[in-house]
Structure formats: structure tokens, C-alpha cells
Design a protein around this ligand. Structure first.
Ligand SMILES: [Zn+2]
Length: 248
């Protein structure tokens, strides 16, 4: 896997604002709640930004974020703050996957319901879910990813894929940027919700390989990610969810 360029604009401050904004937006749109976290790899360092364990996700600011190494050790951060219990989830994925620059982990119940039944796998039913055309694995161990061994087990389940669900626990979304991890998180949950509704209506017809190829032919990921990011940032600032003076 090739290592993508991190845009020059992604200074540490820019990444801090993006992680804080992404987290607040995931809470506002009810993908994340009292638990969960977004991480972002820092350019030119084997380290990443992540929020402390107990700071409310709804009020996360750039000044709250920790800098951790891939072992989850805090390198820099506000005095007295601790890393999240599942920091190893982020550290081990970022260590193993140079193509990933941002990870989102949250616990969305309806999406996770597909890990609780035997005969209803999460299928691709919405066009933007082609991101996961090569699979959306389910990690069998519902434990909190509380140490490196558990983190490496998640990495093994993730393989080359871009998302997974942890059974009876939650979602892990990986992407090339914070903007993309927000976009993919939205689409991952949208797809699960669409599948749930379709299942209530009748026999589900998932996207076929031909459907996927047809949509992919004209899809411009970078442009789409930028479009969604601008929509959520600007509507978030207009609605007072995000501070208007965050220059994102
Ligand atoms: Zn979790």
C-alpha cells in the first residue's frame, strides 16, 4: 500500500481543528455519543492526535488533544489527562497501515445490530458504500481494544479493508484524511440504515458488481470528500455546533 501525501496545509494546528470538528460533528449527527474517538496521524512523525479519555466528545477542542506514539504512550498533552482506553486500536492501525492517516471509532447501535444476528450481514445497498466493496469484516471479540495484543487482532481482522465492525461493540473507519474519515463514517451508517429500512420493506437487492462498477466509473472521491466536509463544517458553524472562528 502506498503512503499518500498529507497535504502541506495539514499542520499540527490544522489537524487539531479537524479532529475536534470531526468529533463534534459525529456527536451532533448522532453517530458518536459519550464514547468513541477520532485520531489523525501527524506528518513526519510516528505519532498521532487523539482525545483524552474523559473529555466530552460534544465539547472537544483542539487544545484538549493528546499526542501519542503508536504504543499509546502520551508524548504531549494537558497535564493529568489520560489516553482513551482504546488508544491501542488507533495506534496499531496507524502503525500497520501507512495508507491510513485517520481512524474513527464509534458505537452506533443500529449499525452494530448487523453483528448481532446470524442471517443479516451488512451488505452494500447504497452507492457510496462501494468504498467497502472488498468487504466489511466483523471482528469476533467484543472486548474493548485495551492493549496492543487486542489492537493487533483488530488489525488482522481489518486486513486491507477500509472499515470493520467489532461484534456487539462498534465501528472502525479508516481513511486517508480526517475529512475522508468523516465522509466515510456518514456513508457507513447511511448504508446500514438503508439496509435496515429495506429489510423491513421486502427482499433486499444489494448492489451487484456491475452496479458497483457503474457508480465507480464516474465517482471522484477527492471532490466528494471535500464537498461533504465543506457541507458539515459550514452547516455546523452556521448552526452554532462549531465555533465560527475555527478556521478549518
Ligand atoms: Zn469501542
Amino acid at each position: 500500500m502506498n503512503k499518500p501525501e498529507i497535504p502541506p496545509a495539514d499542520t499540527e494546528l490544522a489537524l487539531r481543528l479537524k479532529v475536534a470538528a470531526c468529533t463534534q460533528l459525529l456527536v451532533h449527527h448522532k453517530l458518536m455519543n459519550y464514547s468513541g474517538h477520532v485520531s489523525a496521524r501527524l506528518p513526519s512523525r510516528d505519532a498521532f492526535l487523539i482525545q483524552p479519555i474523559d473529555v466530552p466528545r460534544s465539547g472537544l477542542g483542539p487544545e484538549h488533544l493528546l499526542i501519542c506514539d503508536y504504543d499509546g504512550k502520551i508524548l504531549q498533552g494537558p497535564a493529568g489527562e489520560k489516553a482513551p482506553a482504546e488508544v491501542a486500536l488507533h495506534g496499531e492501525i496507524l502503525r500497520a497501515r501507512p495508507d491510513v492517516n485517520s481512524v474513527a471509532h464509534f458505537h452506533h447501535d443500529l449499525t452494530n445490530a448487523f453483528t448481532l444476528v446470524e442471517d443479516r450481514p451488512l451488505l452494500i445497498v447504497k452507492n457510496h458504500a462501494i468504498r467497502w466493496a472488498d468487504g466489511m469484516p466483523v471482528h469476533p471479540d467484543p472486548a474493548h481494544v485495551a492493549n496492543a495484543k487486542l489492537g493487533r487482532a483488530v488489525v488482522e481482522t481489518l486486513g486491507k479493508h477500509h472499515a470493520l465492525q467489532i461484534r456487539a461493540h462498534g465501528q472502525v473507519i479508516t481513511a486517508e484524511s480526517v475529512e475522508a474519515v468523516l465522509t466515510d463514517s456518514v456513508h457507513f451508517v447511511e448504508n446500514a440504515e438503508a439496509l435496515y429500512h429495506a429489510t423491513c420493506l421486502g427482499k433486499v437487492v444489494p448492489l451487484s458488481p456491475a452496479d458497483i462498477a457503474s457508480f465507480a466509473e464516474h465517482f471522484k472521491r477527492t471532490r466528494h470528500v471535500n464537498k461533504l466536509w465543506r457541507f458539515y463544517i459550514e452547516s455546523g458553524q452556521a448552526d452554532g455546533v462549531l465555533p465560527a472562528d475555527w478556521n478549518i
